[in-house]
Design a binder for this molecule. Structure first.
Ligand SMILES: Nc1nc2c(c(=O)[nH]1)N[C@H]1C(S)=C(S)[C@@H](COP(=O)(O)O)O[C@H]1N2
Ligand SMILES: [Mo]
Length: 303
Protein backbone atom coordinates (compact mmCIF):
# COMPACT_ATOMS: atom_id res chain seq x y z
CA UNK A 1 0.00 0.00 0.00
CA UNK A 2 1.20 3.45 -0.86
CA UNK A 3 1.15 5.69 2.18
CA UNK A 4 0.75 9.36 1.40
CA UNK A 5 2.73 11.66 3.59
CA UNK A 6 0.45 14.08 5.46
CA UNK A 7 0.86 17.62 4.10
CA UNK A 8 1.88 19.04 7.43
CA UNK A 9 4.77 16.62 7.84
CA UNK A 10 8.17 18.05 7.09
CA UNK A 11 11.21 15.89 6.52
CA UNK A 12 12.20 16.71 10.04
CA UNK A 13 8.92 15.41 11.38
CA UNK A 14 9.28 12.26 9.36
CA UNK A 15 12.64 11.64 10.91
CA UNK A 16 11.24 12.18 14.40
CA UNK A 17 8.31 10.01 13.52
CA UNK A 18 10.51 7.20 12.21
CA UNK A 19 12.56 7.42 15.37
CA UNK A 20 9.40 7.30 17.38
CA UNK A 21 8.19 4.16 15.65
CA UNK A 22 11.55 2.45 15.96
CA UNK A 23 11.54 3.43 19.59
CA UNK A 24 8.21 1.72 20.05
CA UNK A 25 9.53 -1.45 18.49
CA UNK A 26 12.57 -1.21 20.71
CA UNK A 27 10.40 -0.72 23.77
CA UNK A 28 8.33 -3.74 22.89
CA UNK A 29 11.47 -5.85 22.97
CA UNK A 30 12.19 -4.49 26.42
CA UNK A 31 8.88 -5.77 27.67
CA UNK A 32 7.20 -2.44 28.04
CA UNK A 33 9.74 -0.53 30.09
CA UNK A 34 9.79 2.98 28.66
CA UNK A 35 13.22 4.58 28.63
CA UNK A 36 12.41 7.75 26.79
CA UNK A 37 10.99 11.00 28.00
CA UNK A 38 8.44 13.31 26.51
CA UNK A 39 11.02 15.12 24.40
CA UNK A 40 11.83 11.92 22.58
CA UNK A 41 15.26 11.84 24.14
CA UNK A 42 16.39 9.11 26.50
CA UNK A 43 15.73 10.20 30.07
CA UNK A 44 15.56 8.28 33.29
CA UNK A 45 13.90 4.89 33.36
CA UNK A 46 10.19 5.31 33.81
CA UNK A 47 7.62 2.56 34.17
CA UNK A 48 5.24 2.36 31.24
CA UNK A 49 1.92 3.89 32.18
CA UNK A 50 -0.36 1.25 33.64
CA UNK A 51 -3.22 3.14 32.01
CA UNK A 52 -2.03 2.41 28.49
CA UNK A 53 -3.29 -0.37 26.29
CA UNK A 54 -0.89 -2.49 24.26
CA UNK A 55 -3.49 -3.06 21.53
CA UNK A 56 -2.36 -2.28 18.02
CA UNK A 57 -2.19 1.46 17.45
CA UNK A 58 -4.22 3.07 14.71
CA UNK A 59 -1.82 4.32 12.01
CA UNK A 60 -0.79 7.98 12.24
CA UNK A 61 -2.33 8.65 8.89
CA UNK A 62 -5.79 7.51 10.01
CA UNK A 63 -5.53 9.31 13.34
CA UNK A 64 -4.78 12.57 11.54
CA UNK A 65 -7.02 12.34 8.45
CA UNK A 66 -10.21 10.73 9.80
CA UNK A 67 -11.43 13.32 12.28
CA UNK A 68 -14.44 14.94 13.83
CA UNK A 69 -13.86 18.66 14.32
CA UNK A 70 -17.02 20.39 13.15
CA UNK A 71 -15.42 23.82 13.43
CA UNK A 72 -13.76 22.87 10.12
CA UNK A 73 -16.61 21.00 8.48
CA UNK A 74 -18.63 17.87 9.01
CA UNK A 75 -16.80 15.46 6.68
CA UNK A 76 -14.15 13.23 8.22
CA UNK A 77 -11.56 14.64 5.82
CA UNK A 78 -12.43 18.32 6.43
CA UNK A 79 -10.34 18.89 9.57
CA UNK A 80 -7.12 17.63 7.96
CA UNK A 81 -7.87 19.72 4.90
CA UNK A 82 -8.91 22.98 6.56
CA UNK A 83 -7.55 23.12 10.12
CA UNK A 84 -4.31 24.66 8.84
CA UNK A 85 -6.03 28.05 9.25
CA UNK A 86 -6.11 27.63 13.03
CA UNK A 87 -3.46 29.78 14.68
CA UNK A 88 -2.27 27.90 17.73
CA UNK A 89 0.40 30.38 18.73
CA UNK A 90 -0.02 32.68 20.56
CA UNK A 91 -2.61 30.80 22.61
CA UNK A 92 -4.04 31.43 26.03
CA UNK A 93 -6.45 29.70 28.35
CA UNK A 94 -8.80 31.44 30.79
CA UNK A 95 -9.54 29.64 34.05
CA UNK A 96 -12.44 31.01 36.08
CA UNK A 97 -15.35 30.18 38.36
CA UNK A 98 -15.20 28.41 41.72
CA UNK A 99 -11.46 28.47 42.36
CA UNK A 100 -8.99 30.48 44.42
CA UNK A 101 -6.54 31.26 41.60
CA UNK A 102 -8.47 32.18 38.47
CA UNK A 103 -6.58 33.79 35.63
CA UNK A 104 -5.67 33.95 31.99
CA UNK A 105 -2.54 31.96 31.23
CA UNK A 106 -0.41 31.84 28.15
CA UNK A 107 -0.08 28.33 26.82
CA UNK A 108 3.58 28.39 27.85
CA UNK A 109 2.73 29.24 31.47
CA UNK A 110 -0.03 26.68 31.51
CA UNK A 111 2.26 23.89 30.29
CA UNK A 112 5.43 24.87 32.17
CA UNK A 113 5.01 22.85 35.40
CA UNK A 114 3.89 19.67 33.65
CA UNK A 115 6.11 16.94 32.36
CA UNK A 116 4.71 15.00 29.45
CA UNK A 117 3.92 11.30 29.46
CA UNK A 118 2.46 8.94 26.90
CA UNK A 119 -0.99 7.38 27.24
CA UNK A 120 -2.14 4.86 24.67
CA UNK A 121 -5.91 5.01 24.88
CA UNK A 122 -8.86 3.58 23.01
CA UNK A 123 -11.11 6.30 21.55
CA UNK A 124 -14.72 5.25 20.89
CA UNK A 125 -16.80 7.67 18.84
CA UNK A 126 -20.54 7.71 19.46
CA UNK A 127 -20.91 7.06 15.71
CA UNK A 128 -19.69 3.48 16.17
CA UNK A 129 -16.01 3.54 15.20
CA UNK A 130 -12.91 3.44 17.36
CA UNK A 131 -9.16 3.95 17.28
CA UNK A 132 -6.15 3.37 19.52
CA UNK A 133 -4.15 6.58 19.86
CA UNK A 134 -0.81 7.18 21.60
CA UNK A 135 -1.37 10.58 23.19
CA UNK A 136 1.26 12.77 24.83
CA UNK A 137 0.23 15.02 27.69
CA UNK A 138 -0.44 15.07 31.43
CA UNK A 139 -3.26 14.26 33.85
CA UNK A 140 -6.00 16.92 33.91
CA UNK A 141 -6.04 16.66 37.72
CA UNK A 142 -2.50 18.05 37.89
CA UNK A 143 -3.62 21.12 35.96
CA UNK A 144 -6.87 21.69 37.86
CA UNK A 145 -5.23 21.45 41.29
CA UNK A 146 -3.07 24.48 40.48
CA UNK A 147 -6.15 26.71 40.59
CA UNK A 148 -7.37 25.47 43.99
CA UNK A 149 -11.00 24.73 43.19
CA UNK A 150 -13.30 25.63 46.10
CA UNK A 151 -15.72 23.21 47.76
CA UNK A 152 -18.45 24.67 45.54
CA UNK A 153 -16.73 23.36 42.40
CA UNK A 154 -18.86 20.36 41.45
CA UNK A 155 -18.32 20.47 37.68
CA UNK A 156 -15.73 21.62 35.18
CA UNK A 157 -16.73 23.19 31.88
CA UNK A 158 -14.45 23.41 28.85
CA UNK A 159 -14.78 25.67 25.85
CA UNK A 160 -13.19 25.61 22.39
CA UNK A 161 -11.98 28.73 20.61
CA UNK A 162 -14.72 30.73 18.87
CA UNK A 163 -13.40 32.47 15.76
CA UNK A 164 -15.41 31.90 12.58
CA UNK A 165 -12.60 33.38 10.48
CA UNK A 166 -10.15 30.72 11.62
CA UNK A 167 -12.83 28.09 12.06
CA UNK A 168 -15.09 28.43 9.03
CA UNK A 169 -17.41 25.65 10.20
CA UNK A 170 -18.59 28.09 12.88
CA UNK A 171 -20.15 30.27 10.17
CA UNK A 172 -22.88 27.66 9.97
CA UNK A 173 -25.11 26.80 12.89
CA UNK A 174 -24.62 23.01 12.84
CA UNK A 175 -23.80 23.14 16.54
CA UNK A 176 -24.15 25.54 19.43
CA UNK A 177 -20.82 27.44 19.19
CA UNK A 178 -18.43 27.66 20.86
CA UNK A 179 -18.15 23.91 21.36
CA UNK A 180 -18.57 23.28 25.07
CA UNK A 181 -18.22 20.18 27.18
CA UNK A 182 -18.24 19.31 30.85
CA UNK A 183 -17.27 16.76 33.45
CA UNK A 184 -18.27 16.14 37.03
CA UNK A 185 -15.41 17.14 39.32
CA UNK A 186 -14.59 13.54 40.31
CA UNK A 187 -14.49 12.55 36.63
CA UNK A 188 -12.21 15.45 35.87
CA UNK A 189 -9.86 14.48 38.72
CA UNK A 190 -9.75 10.79 37.77
CA UNK A 191 -6.20 9.70 36.87
CA UNK A 192 -7.33 8.49 33.43
CA UNK A 193 -8.57 11.95 32.44
CA UNK A 194 -5.89 13.50 30.30
CA UNK A 195 -4.85 16.80 28.75
CA UNK A 196 -3.24 16.00 25.43
CA UNK A 197 -0.64 18.19 23.78
CA UNK A 198 0.60 15.63 21.28
CA UNK A 199 0.22 12.25 19.67
CA UNK A 200 2.68 9.74 18.24
CA UNK A 201 5.45 11.68 19.97
CA UNK A 202 4.77 14.87 18.00
CA UNK A 203 2.87 18.05 18.78
CA UNK A 204 -0.87 17.73 18.24
CA UNK A 205 -1.83 18.33 14.62
CA UNK A 206 -4.44 21.09 14.38
CA UNK A 207 -7.08 18.62 13.22
CA UNK A 208 -6.65 16.67 16.47
CA UNK A 209 -7.27 19.73 18.64
CA UNK A 210 -4.02 21.67 18.93
CA UNK A 211 -2.63 23.03 21.06
CA UNK A 212 -4.51 21.49 23.98
CA UNK A 213 -7.40 19.01 24.06
CA UNK A 214 -9.13 16.84 26.57
CA UNK A 215 -9.09 13.03 26.40
CA UNK A 216 -11.63 11.09 28.49
CA UNK A 217 -11.20 7.51 27.28
CA UNK A 218 -14.24 5.90 28.93
CA UNK A 219 -16.67 8.40 27.38
CA UNK A 220 -17.77 8.85 23.79
CA UNK A 221 -15.27 10.84 21.78
CA UNK A 222 -17.31 14.04 21.66
CA UNK A 223 -16.57 14.63 25.36
CA UNK A 224 -12.88 14.95 24.41
CA UNK A 225 -13.10 18.62 23.47
CA UNK A 226 -10.45 20.13 21.21
CA UNK A 227 -8.51 23.40 21.11
CA UNK A 228 -9.50 24.55 24.60
CA UNK A 229 -9.44 28.27 25.49
CA UNK A 230 -11.50 28.26 28.68
CA UNK A 231 -11.89 26.09 31.78
CA UNK A 232 -14.54 26.99 34.36
CA UNK A 233 -15.21 25.50 37.79
CA UNK A 234 -18.96 25.43 38.36
CA UNK A 235 -21.47 24.58 41.04
CA UNK A 236 -24.13 23.53 38.52
CA UNK A 237 -23.91 21.01 35.70
CA UNK A 238 -23.07 22.93 32.51
CA UNK A 239 -24.90 22.63 29.21
CA UNK A 240 -22.91 21.00 26.41
CA UNK A 241 -23.01 21.71 22.68
CA UNK A 242 -24.19 18.24 21.71
CA UNK A 243 -26.62 18.09 24.61
CA UNK A 244 -28.23 21.34 23.49
CA UNK A 245 -28.54 20.31 19.87
CA UNK A 246 -30.06 16.87 20.60
CA UNK A 247 -30.86 16.35 24.30
CA UNK A 248 -32.49 12.97 23.68
CA UNK A 249 -29.36 11.65 21.97
CA UNK A 250 -26.40 13.05 23.88
CA UNK A 251 -26.53 13.06 27.65
CA UNK A 252 -24.15 14.80 30.01
CA UNK A 253 -22.40 11.59 31.06
CA UNK A 254 -22.07 9.89 27.67
CA UNK A 255 -20.15 6.98 29.13
CA UNK A 256 -19.44 4.30 26.55
CA UNK A 257 -22.17 1.74 27.23
CA UNK A 258 -23.08 -1.16 24.92
CA UNK A 259 -26.37 -1.60 26.83
CA UNK A 260 -27.70 1.87 26.08
CA UNK A 261 -28.32 2.37 22.39
CA UNK A 262 -28.23 5.69 20.65
CA UNK A 263 -31.87 6.43 19.65
CA UNK A 264 -30.88 5.97 15.99
CA UNK A 265 -28.38 3.07 16.17
CA UNK A 266 -27.04 0.29 18.38
CA UNK A 267 -23.97 0.86 20.54
CA UNK A 268 -23.27 -2.86 21.05
CA UNK A 269 -20.49 -3.05 18.49
CA UNK A 270 -17.94 -0.83 16.86
CA UNK A 271 -15.59 -0.78 13.90
CA UNK A 272 -11.97 -0.35 14.89
CA UNK A 273 -10.51 1.76 12.10
CA UNK A 274 -8.42 -0.58 9.94
CA UNK A 275 -10.37 -3.69 10.88
CA UNK A 276 -12.97 -5.36 8.71
CA UNK A 277 -15.20 -7.12 11.23
CA UNK A 278 -16.94 -5.22 13.97
CA UNK A 279 -15.92 -5.91 17.54
CA UNK A 280 -17.93 -5.82 20.76
CA UNK A 281 -18.09 -2.48 22.53
CA UNK A 282 -16.99 -2.75 26.15
CA UNK A 283 -18.67 -1.07 29.13
CA UNK A 284 -16.79 2.17 29.89
CA UNK A 285 -14.81 1.43 26.72
CA UNK A 286 -12.98 -1.22 28.77
CA UNK A 287 -11.89 1.22 31.51
CA UNK A 288 -13.55 -0.66 34.38
CA UNK A 289 -11.61 1.32 36.95
CA UNK A 290 -14.12 4.18 36.58
CA UNK A 291 -17.16 2.05 37.51
CA UNK A 292 -17.09 3.19 41.14
CA UNK A 293 -17.65 6.80 40.03
CA UNK A 294 -21.16 5.78 39.03
CA UNK A 295 -22.25 3.47 41.83
CA UNK A 296 -25.85 4.27 42.68
CA UNK A 297 -26.41 6.09 39.40
CA UNK A 298 -28.88 4.65 36.87
CA UNK A 299 -26.78 4.74 33.71
CA UNK A 300 -29.85 4.30 31.50
CA UNK A 301 -31.36 7.49 32.83
CA UNK A 302 -28.02 9.22 33.15
CA UNK A 303 -26.78 8.32 29.68
N1 LIG B 1 -14.13 21.42 19.54
C1 LIG B 1 -14.45 20.18 19.12
N2 LIG B 1 -14.01 19.11 19.81
C2 LIG B 1 -14.32 17.86 19.39
C3 LIG B 1 -15.15 17.65 18.26
C4 LIG B 1 -15.61 18.82 17.55
O1 LIG B 1 -16.33 18.74 16.55
N3 LIG B 1 -15.23 20.05 18.01
N4 LIG B 1 -15.49 16.37 17.88
C5 LIG B 1 -15.45 15.35 18.92
C6 LIG B 1 -15.66 14.00 18.43
S1 LIG B 1 -17.23 13.58 17.95
C7 LIG B 1 -14.66 13.06 18.44
S2 LIG B 1 -14.97 11.44 18.02
C8 LIG B 1 -13.27 13.43 18.77
C9 LIG B 1 -12.35 13.03 17.64
O2 LIG B 1 -11.01 13.27 17.99
P1 LIG B 1 -9.86 12.99 16.93
O3 LIG B 1 -10.25 13.65 15.65
O4 LIG B 1 -8.61 13.55 17.52
O5 LIG B 1 -9.78 11.49 16.77
O6 LIG B 1 -13.11 14.82 19.00
C10 LIG B 1 -14.17 15.43 19.75
N5 LIG B 1 -13.83 16.79 20.09
MO1 LIG C 1 -17.32 11.30 18.01
Amino acid sequence: MLIKRPDDMTDNDVTDFDVYQRRRDFLKTLGGIALLGASGLPLMAQAKSTFSTDEEQTPYKDVTTYNNFYEFGTDKSDPAEYAGSLQTSPWSVTVDGECENPGKLTLEDLLKPHSTEERIYRLRCVEGWSMVIPWMGFPLADLLKRFNPTSKAKYVRFETLFDPKQMPGQQRSVLDWPYAEGLRMDEAMHPLTFMATGLYGKNLPNQNGAPLRLVVPWKYGFKSIKSIVKISFLEQQPATSWGRSAPGEYGFYSNVNPEVDHPRWSQKRERRIGEFRKRETLMFNGYDQVASLYSGLDLRKNF
